[in-house]
Design a protein around this ligand. Sequence first.
Ligand code: ADP
Length: 481
Amino acid sequence: MSLRSRLILTHVSVILLTLVIIGVSLVYILRDYQRQIQLARLGDAVVPLSFQARAMLLNDVAPREILNRLETEAGGVGHVMLITEKGLVLADAANGLTNRTVRLNRQIPEKDFFWGQHILKVNNTERVLLYVGIAAGKASGQTVYVALSAVERPILSALEDILPSLLVAGGITLFLSLIAALLLARSIAKPLTRLAQATEAVARGQYDHRVSGTGGDEIGRLAASFNAMAERVQRSRQMEKDFVANVSHELKTPLTSIQGFSQAILDGAVQDFSHVRRAAQTIFEETARMARLVGDLLVLARFESGEMPLAMETLDLNQLLPHWIECLQPRAKSQGETLITVMDPLLPIAGDAGRLEQVVINLVENAIKYNRPGGTVTVTAKAPAVESATKSSVLARRRAAQVLGTRWVTIAVTDTGAGIPKEDLPRVFERFYRGDKARVAGGTGLGLSIAHEIVAAHGGKIIVESEIGRGSTFTVQLPVK
Ligand code: ADP
């Protein structure tokens, strides 16, 4: 059954149930009301009868005789009964209760009155006999009451009275509620149907499918979440496609070159030793490039699947950082560049020394590679709040860090190169992103992606700032242990 039908059915069932409950309560309320009216009518009619009965009792008229005379006076209101104060029926005109005992319920404040009810069996069905009495005098030392009785109208007859109006009211309510249910079901089912269609479309591979007209309610929020999810799926599908295309492209270039040179050697096209050597050298370099690329891809894949183990040790960057940078001095010199290190005393951090070295080397290598000839590369390490702890122990430095609230160790690598265009800045950490110059420089475009993953795995962040013509600064922030 569709959601729409279920909603309508539920709505209508609730309304029907409510109508039935109202109907049944009405019947009972009506019965009480009817009983009160009937008792009041009996009470009004019995008062004049009591005066006549009093006169007859004073004249010692027999109860049966009193009954006969009063019954004609009672008219159609009810039948006369004579009852003693103990409830013994002395005479009863219609219901065969003579010599039987009935209950007398006093009515306060008119305490001369009483009323009662008695269950009668008429043609095997039970009927309630209502009676109202009033003291009329004494006979054989007992107070004698004259009472008028009438059979209470059965409960179903009350229902019969209200049934037509109940049906009309019920019909109108049901009709209105049906319209409300239809509108409600439509307002819920329609966006859900649209969502279901959109989900099916995305499942079929139409990743650009979106749900329109999202409101602020639960369904609107669901649609907004769906759109956000579809967007991410689309983006990640696109990234996957780009990734496969990039990997194939990156592998194809060295493979073509390796195949070409080895083919040339096999065919004897290159014969003299120096040419063979050059071909072998190219094959060697291209193989190394491929190995580097495959290695980088493996590292990225392992970071992505969360399977990259990091040896989280306490690291003292005051010793490690100068050592890492010193190893890059020959490279800077060979490019005619100056590599400078400016270091504050740093707090210890928790990390994997090998991986962090990879990050620093990648940033400094890039800074050298994309610098202007004869430019400067400056590595600045900062932990602003630790100056007072310079000469103290590691423990004292940690305490100082807690007191002073230092959270981050900052390592910035600044070059004086051409800079990165503003529109390319958000893309430098993307896989395989390479600037125009880099294509000539022959990088893989994976270095910064890996650096980003490593820093993120350490709970840190890496940001880039750049100004065209003046240079770029890559800043790594790592949390203090
Ligand atoms: P690769 O250097 O192997 O190409 P990276 O991921 O290390 O790959 O860098 C991605 C791109 O970011 C580079 O191709 C280059 O265009 C740009 N880039 C990185 N560092 C710098 C820098 N210091 N100055 C200018 N551009 C840079």
